[in-house]
Design a protein around this ligand. Structure first.
Ligand code: FES
Length: 93
């Protein structure tokens, strides 16, 4: 299954295999999402989900904890944790 991931900051849309994590695509295409640990621990990769939030994997307990610590709103996710399951549009937080 394929899904379309759009990075609104660089206006790029890519078809990706479902299940891939946002960070794995964003670093390849040069989108502006920053990252550090890639393990759901540092919170650097916080991103804003503009569309299709329901098409991302449900946050793990670890991700939920980091989101809470960063006082992230409900449309914010960690790019190193969120897996793409359908069409999604994101931008750096
Ligand atoms: S890169 Fe550290 S939480 Fe995502």
């Amino acid at each position: 299954m394929k899904a379309e991931l759009t990075f609104s900051d660089i206006d790029v849309t890519i078809r990706v295999p479902a299940g891939i994590r946002v960070i794995d695509v964003s670093e390849k295409v040069g989108a502006g999402i920053m990252y550090g640990c890639r393990e759901g621990d540092c919170g650097t990769c916080l991103m804003h989900v503009l569309k299709g939030g329901e098409n991302l994997s449900v946050p793990s307990i670890l991700e939920s904890k980091i989101l809470q610590e960063n006082m992230a709103g409900k449309n914010f996710r960690l790019a190193c944790q969120a897996q793409i399951l359908g069409d999604v549009t994101v931008e750096p937080a």
